[in-house]
Write a protein that binds this ligand. Sequence first.
Ligand code: ATP
Ligand code: MG
Length: 455
Amino acid sequence: ARELPGYARRVLDALEDAGHEAWVVGGWVRDALLGVSGHDVDVTTRAPWPEAARVLRAANITVHETGTAHGTVTAVVDGMTVETTTYRVEGGYSDRRHPDEVRFVDDVRADLARRDFTVNAMAFHPARGLLDPYGGRADLAARVIRAVGSPRRRFEEDALRVLRAVRFACRLDATIEPATQEALVACAGELDDIAQERIGQELDGILATGRAAWALRHEFAVLEAALPELAPLAGFDQRSPYHAYDVLEHTARVCAGAEEFAGGLPTRALRWAALLHDVAKPACWSVDDSGRGHFFDHPRQGARTLRAVMGRMALPTEVTRAAAALVELHDLPVSATSVSVRSMLAELERRASGQARPLAFALLDLKRADAVAKAPAFRSYATELDEVGAALRSALAAGPVYRVRDLAVGGEDVLHACGIEPGPRVGMVLEQLFAAVMAGELPNDRATLLAQMRW
Ligand code: ATP
Ligand code: MG
């Protein structure tokens, strides 16, 4: 295992020197066995929390009483925080959300038994080594997610674990053990009882692993239970000779493509947009009088659905706004000209003010991913979009105009040049100039614009 950081060692030692058994537990142990460093350290101890707080303070460690109802205090050492929790088990879960009661216990094994998956149910102490009663180390090595104890009972206790299983499978590139998988599918419907905000956090976590494509292909029953708007995607034919896959498989490919084209660093907004870019396609299919079918207005409807979903899940408004802009504009035609890239920036700016520059690159990544996910032949379109990217970079380097305030003239100039009073007319003059500059009819040149100004 990795070396335990010194600040965490101080917390363990303070507790143990006072005669209280203490272990590092959960995510740090799991990641250390994988050779991944940087996970926050959680400590579990036999000491009741008031005693843990007293002992830590006596060792000159700052303590915040952050979650004492669950036995948790937060120790701060060298600016690093260590959550320190008394060994506990959870009582009944009559509402399938919150344990009815927390019971403190004095055996660390009982504390490990309440944890969700074997890979998360290991404890470590630098002197005593690894405590691994459920075979978490072997499961980790084999990349298997397995519930601790009866999977069915564990998911019935807390349905959020259904989504956590998928998140950890994505994160660890693992498979889900068959009995756990069976219980997962049987209990997915219980996600109805879970607060939308917690579902949103888990979905966001799944997207952040970069393996949403795997989840869509292998755990769709769970995703669909968490986000019912996804349901119509499965088996919905694209009704197009250019599409080789149904909307669900296409979506999985777009999620994978977003990772590929964004070089493994897609933004949160791009990931949400990839997941939901075609969400309204099935609902928007309509056949006109001549018998021809169209997906009427589906990007705009999709953006609307995305806002509803991310809104009820209380995801950050900035991310939601950005993701909605990407979905709404994902079919926007773009070409490698200054006018085209500036109008793309303007469209993004209108929907997600202040985010146009980063979003423009995300939009190209989404468009590339969308193109290559239609059918293999669309690879060449991705190359065209590389040229758009180059045009975008040179436009940005030249100081592009995509907002009225980027114009080389401002409101003061209008007042002087047109001799009008302050008011809405000033904005209208500027809008006209802006439209002309955006259309490439006028250069963004101060003298030229002043000469053109009239009311
Ligand atoms: P991450 O890096 O995602 O935070 P983590 O392992 O730290 O991974 P947390 O959600 O922070 O995961 O929880 C810390 C530990 O608490 C887990 O490793 C697990 O042992 C336990 N745990 C958390 N949530 C649950 C739950 N819903 N049911 C059972 N055990 C849980
Ligand atoms: Mg954690």
